[in-house]
Design a binder for this molecule. Structure first.
Ligand code: FAD
Ligand code: SF4
Length: 508
């Protein structure tokens, strides 16, 4: 009796216990589908990254002796839908049971439960064996709390997994080294080249063209440079330890127009597709640091590990605690349309042009660009969180809803009213200038709040607080903003400037 096991495109975990034994009665099913290429308009590099990684994974399973049925996007028998494809394959191999790994997206979770209910053979869902916690862990951990404090979750993860720990205490005496981090990049000579392993992906660009899949962004089909196998992902991890970790924390918030990746690991796609596991990444980094303590400080290492067993794991917990309601939240009632330059990069705001253009070219921007440039602008300008979500969900190679929506709607847009963050992440030009080299060559003037060439971030910042006074003024974390606004001499001019910019938002 045959068992059919489904492997989704973000379930490329070759260490899963499913694969421990080679069983001739088990058939694995993997599919490239329009259902997945079309639920949002994706970056072309994202679609290619997924398809290429899936094909590599199917090849790996086959080379180990597993049986795999793989539907390419243009295969004739491919119905392009999960349910119809599964029905068809169950019939063709006469499967007597169906198994799947718990998906990470709510959308697929619902769909797979519906599919299972309709099947007339038994079905079973198993853990994906990727995360450090089970889906419901965070909800239990914070039971009864309105705000989910990341720091306490993170400490729990450190203890539970014995990462950077000395018994029950943090190994170096402190849990958090954020204070040592967050510098502007002043010496570009410190920068390392991003690891390159260019691949020719013309087969995929032709496929997408032939099938008329609508995508965004650009790709150099001869020099695609994302890791698409476990081996390549581990190479990127090693390269990170040797070259980038020594300065990761120090410059994790820095933005620099001459370099896209800076000291970032570029591991999000590899982790989100499960080619490498978060625990394996942090254990590798911890081990490397232990052997190089003379040249790498704890601040760099802790800063990196916090992102993964802290933020990443935490976001996943928030997602399962709050979906499906989370996807509808719009605490500030924002309703403006996303300006066109999000899709073209054609704006005079240099910070926005840099962040958007590199996103279109590389399907990548690092955290502070996402949070404090594009996200900050969208929030200040009052853009509808649905529009903001669609953009983030499409444009980044690592964008899968569980980690995209919690970061976008929650952390960045404050649409959750303070579940993820205790206050909105907004800033004027001041912060952007402090962390980047963007303002120096900008059309706008960073220190001007109203009048000719006033930086839009400045007036929009005050406009944001003014128009959301009712919802934000009682927030204890916001403190000084409202008294300052009250005393501001040029308040009317600044608010009028913001109104003018909002009316002409497409022309900024
Ligand atoms: P590094 O800077 O090298 O960090 C290491 C790893 O830490 C990352 O690979 C990632 O797995 C993890 N990490 C860091 N910050 C976060 C975070 N806030 N949430 C979850 N994991 C984190 N990340 C995604 O993986 N997918 C998304 O769709 C996504 N959307 C985002 C949207 C917004 C508005 C914001 C502000 C952030 C978003 N992030 C998302 C988080 C973060 O920006 C990316 O994980 C990171 O930029 C990926 O690049 P890297 O691998 O070089 O990261
Ligand atoms: Fe961005 Fe304003 Fe600085 Fe220009 S001056 S780069 S718009 S923050």
């Amino acid at each position: 009796a045959k068992t059919l096991r489904l492997v989704l495109g973000d379930q490329l975990n070759s260490n899963h216990s499913w694969y421990k034994n080679i069983d001739p009665e088990v058939v694995y099913l993997m599919m490239e589908m329009r259902q997945e290429t079309d639920y949002v308009r994706h970056h072309v590099q994202k679609v290619i990254g997924f398809f290429m990684s899936m094909r590599n994974f199917a090849g790996l399973l086959e080379s180990k002796g597993h049986q795999v049925i793989y539907f390419k996007l243009d295969d004739r028998q491919n119905t392009q839908k999960l349910d119809a494809n599964i029905d068809q394959v169950i019939l063709s191999i006469s499967a007597s049971s169906f198994e799947y790994q718990l998906p990470d997206e709510y959308r697929l979770d619902v769909q797979l439960r519906e599919i299972s209910d309709k099947l007339d053979i038994p079905s079973q869902a198993v853990e994906s064996e990727h995360f450090l916690t089970e889906r419901g862990f965070l909800a239990d951990f914070f039971k009864g709390k309105k705000t989910y404090l990341m720091e306490s979750f993170y400490r729990e993860m450190r203890k539970k997994n014995n990462i950077l720990m000395d018994g029950n205490e943090p190994m170096t005496g402190k849990w958090n080294y954020d204070h040592d981090n967050r510098n502007k990049l002043k010496d570009p000579l410190l920068l390392k080249k991003a690891k390159v392993n260019p691949k020719n992906v013309s087969e995929f660009t032709e496929l997408l063209e032939k099938m008329e899949v609508k995508t965004i962004g650009n790709v150099d089909s001869e020099n695609f440079n994302w890791p698409t196998s476990r081996e390549e992902s581990l190479d990127v991890l090693d390269y990170f330890c040797e070259n980038l970790l020594p300065r990761f924390g120090e410059y994790q918030d820095a933005m620099y127009s001459g370099d896209v990746f800076l000291f970032h690991s570029r591991l999000s796609f590899s982790m989100n597709t499960k080619m490498v596991s978060p625990l394996e990444v942090v254990e590798t980094v911890e081990k490397y640091w232990l052997g190089h303590q003379d040249s790498i400080s704890i601040a760099q290492t802790e800063g990196f590990i916090r992102q993964i067993i802290g933020w990443r794991e935490y976001m996943r917990g928030v997602y399962w605690a709050k979906m499906p309601e989370f996807a509808q939240l719009n605490f500030l009632g924002q309703d403006r349309k996303l300006p066109d330059y999000f899709w073209t990069g054609k704006t005079k705001m240099n910070c926005m042009r840099q962040a958007i253009t590199q996103s279109l070219d590389h399907a990548y921007a690092h955290h502070i660009q996402r949070l404090m440039v594009t996200g900050n602008f969208a929030l200040l300008a009052g853009i509808d969180p649905d529009e903001v979500d669609q953009w983030y969900l499409g444009i980044y190679i690592d964008a899968i809803e569980w980690v995209e929506i919690t970061n976008t709607r929650g952390m960045s847009q404050f649409a959750d009213g303070g579940i993820v963050g205790t206050k909105p992440y907004v800033s004027s030009a001041n912060y952007i200038d402090k962390m980047s080299d963007y303002c120096g060559s900008c059309f706008y003037k960073k220190s001007v709040k109203h009048g000719e060439k006033a930086c839009p971030f400045n007036s929009l910042y005050w406009h944001f607080y003014e128009r959301n006074r009712e919802k934000l003024s009682k927030n204890p974390r916001i403190g000084m903003v409202y008294p300052t606004l009250g005393k501001m001499k040029e308040k009317d001019e600044i608010l009028a400037q913001a109104d003018y910019y909002l009316k002409n938002i497409e022309n900024l």
